[in-house]
Write a protein that binds this ligand. Structure first.
Ligand code: MIC
Ligand code: SF4
Length: 653
């Protein structure tokens, strides 16, 4: 039987397990990437593992998330990251060099390789045929140390593209069409693999927009074939030698398949407050816009920003609109500058922002109260922009640029001011690697620089007793990691877990941390109760690490998203699912809960029916929880997390 691309790459990297959808497998990781917001903890954990040099093919540390440097904390993190990179053989991408996913695609990504990144948008690499996945920082630290990555063998859905996009419609509209079909939940353990004649109509930067935002569906990754378009991109990056052809066999099988006719794709938007809440731009036409922000790892390529510059050329931004443009990389910014497009943007009235994540993570450019903000980024969770009442709509660069001029949502298909500026990918990008610091051969006298904000990673205790606790918080469905562990103004505390923990659940229940810490100090276990799709969104392991620090031992949800689930195991928090989803209604916040002899209950569940009984002492009822854990996952829970587990395995990851 023939193989699809996902099967080809995974089977070439398989270390343990059988590749059957749903099985636990271990794979070899070729490349890793980290960014500053997750990276400090990842390298602190790498240090705690006691390995003196990276063991994988390539590790790159990017500084792109928090570059605002208000106070000393960020700058100290950057200094730590630079020194630790030099010490352990990691390539360091300096602040200003660009957003990790854009830069990695440009300078390091290789078709057919595996990439693990401590950021949920790592699947951007799927645009050139890499099997690229997001994970928590500690999983990336293990992979840097040469350890395997444990994952669920995915099912593979074939997304067949046919036809070609109409002028003014672009890759963002394709991924929004995919989101409309698949939504943001129910896709855990799936890979989206693109095929069909329409693939050939998309260049790598377009493909990368699509694989990037597949993350919002909750899939493991998304993949395009590596073909002549991929070769053209690699050659334009002067990396033609890294190209290989990669395509599915003609008799490849898939678990499911859908077809999208590109010629019927409309201009779309993800309306507040979810990337899966899709509306057509035609329906939104005429709605007044206050802010337009163009950039982020989804839409900040040379193609995207030159298109924006051409649309804005000779025009002015509407007086009530604030327009910001953040190029995805220094390469993009340099090319825009040298070719005169930057001047067009500035003349039109755009505010040029640093090549970094910035606005996307709510780090600056928060909109005014109740503002309508149009963004080309990938997430519009409530409050992520820094303004809770803001209405954030996710759109294509074309829609964003036109709205900046007209001051309102405008259907690009009805925009008659100009011909569509069909920008094609350049034959050569402007390459300058001088903002990377490549590791030195002899790192023996490199001192690791640590500021006062950087603390050792806290460690958990193993599971030894009965669970006796309280439902400290009960939340609804689609609780994102931005709800659990906000970024934005709080981002600078990523290296200071005691301080950052005081913001756990801040947007939904600012007093949670006080109740949780009081319970912890009184020896009462904290339990989180949640609905569907708990832990959507980012890979930030602080959404498990900080609750762990506050004494959370168990999460009970109707469903939990992939990366967050792995992070819970990694920090020794037991992730239970309601065996019957209707039982979600049988626990209220404040209820006292108990599981007798938790370690034995979990072990026995794995060999029996996968069920653990929870007693709701307040209501005097029993609630069955599903606990179908693998041997390794049980090991992680009993050890109190991955750091303890790896040391108990004596360096055997
Ligand atoms: C995000 O887009 O939410 C982030 C910020 O890039 C996160 C990582 C983080 O929280 O540091 C992600 O996507 O994993
Ligand atoms: Fe950065 Fe935003 Fe992309 Fe996350 S989604 S990596 S914050 S640009």
């Amino acid at each position: 039987m023939g193989m699809n691309i996902a099967q080809k790459i995974l089977s070439a990297h398989l270390l343990e397990g059988e590749m059957k959808a749903g099985n636990q497998i271990a794979v070899k990781i070729d490349q890793t990437l980290t960014q500053d917001a997750t990276g400090t903890m990842a390298y602190l954990q790498f240090e705690a593992m006691g390995i003196d040099h990276i063991q994988n093919e390539l590790a790159v540390s990017y500084v792109d998330h928090n570059t605002v440097q208000v106070g000393f904390e960020n700058s100290d993190d950057h200094r730590y990251l630079q020194s630790v990179a030099q010490k352990f053989g990691v390539v360091f991408s300096r602040p200003g060099n660009g957003i990790c996913h854009q830069v990695h695609l440009e300078r390091f990504g290789i078709p057919g390789k595996t990439l693990l990144g401590s950021d949920s948008h790592t699947p951007t690499g799927g645009g050139i045929g890499m099997f690229a996945m997001g994970a928590g920082g500690i999983d990336v630290a293990v992979a840097m140390g040469g350890g395997a990555f444990y994952m669920t063998s995915p099912k593979v859905v074939n997304i067949v593209l046919k036809g070609a996009l109409r002028p003014w419609i672009s890759a963002k509209d394709v991924i929004l069409t995919v989101l409309k079909h698949f939504s943001t939940k129910g896709n855990v353990g799936t890979v989206f693999e693109y095929s069909g004649p329409g693939v050939n109509t998309l260049d790598v930067p377009d493909r990368a927009t699509i694989t990037n935002m597949g993350a919002e569906c909750g899939v493991t990754t998304s993949l395009f074939p590596s073909d002549e378009k991929t070769r053209a991109f690699m050659v334009a990056q002067e990396r033609g030698d890294d190209w290989i052809e990669l395509k599915a066999d003609t008799d490849a099988e898939y678990d499911d398949s859908i077809t999208i006719d590109l010629s019927t794709v409309e201009a779309l938007s993800a309306a507040p407050h979810s990337p899966g809440n899709i509306e057509s731009i035609a329906d939104l036409s005429g709605k007044r816009v206050d802010q337009v922000l163009i950039g982020s790892c989804t839409n900040s390529s040379y193609r995207d920003l030159r298109t924006v510059a051409e649309i804005l050329d000779g025009k002015k931004v509407a007086s009530h609109v604030s327009l910001g443009v953040a190029p995805g990389s220094r390469e993009v910014l340099t090319m825009l500058a040298k070719e005169g497009y930057l001047a067009k943007l500035i003349t039109a009235g755009a505010r040029i922002l640093e090549s970094a994540c910035g606005f996307c993570i709510g780090n600056h450019m928060s909109p005014k109260t109740d503002a309508v903000s149009l963004r080309t980024s990938n997430r519009n969770f409530e409050g992520r922009s820094g303004t809770k009442s803001a209405q954030v709509y996710l759109v294509s660069p074309e829609v964003a640029a036109i709205a900046a001029i007209t001051g309102e949502f405008t259907d690009p298909l009805t925009y008659t001011e100009m011909e569509y500026p069909a920008v094609t990918m350049p034959k050569r990008f402007d390459i300058d690697d001088s903002m990377f610091i490549f590791p030195e051969v002899d790192a023996s006298d490199i001192e690791i620089a640590r500021g006062p904000n950087i603390g050792a990673p806290p460690v958990n205790e193993g599971l030894t007793t009965s669970l006796k606790g309280v439902a400290t918080i009960k939340v609804g469905e689609k609780i994102t990691t931005d709800h659990i562990m906000p970024a934005g103004a709080r981002l600078k505390y990523r290296s200071n877990v005691p301080k950052y923990s005081t913001f756990v659940f801040e947007p939904v229940d600012p007093d949670f941390h006080i109740r949780a810490a009081a319970n912890r100090d009184a020896g009462i276990h904290n339990i989180i109760v949640a609905g569907d799709s708990y832990g959507q969104g980012s890979s930030r392991e602080h959404a498990a690490l900080c609750p762990m620090y506050l004494g959370v031992k168990v999460v009970i949800a109707t469903s939990i998203e992939r990366i967050h689930m792995a992070n819970l195991f990694n920090f020794g928090i037991v992730p239970f699912m309601f065996a019957d989803t209707a039982d979600y209604g049988k626990i209220e916040q404040g209820d006292e809960l108990e599981i007798a002899d938790l370690p034995t209950a979990i072990r026995e569940a794995s060999t029996h029916d996968g069920i653990v009984m929870l007693k709701n002492l307040t209501k005097n009822i029993d609630i069955p929880l599903s606990a179908d854990f693998s041997e390794r996952q049980i090991g992680l829970l009993l050890a109190g997390g991955l750091l303890n587990y790896t040391s108990s395995q004596q360096g055997e990851f």
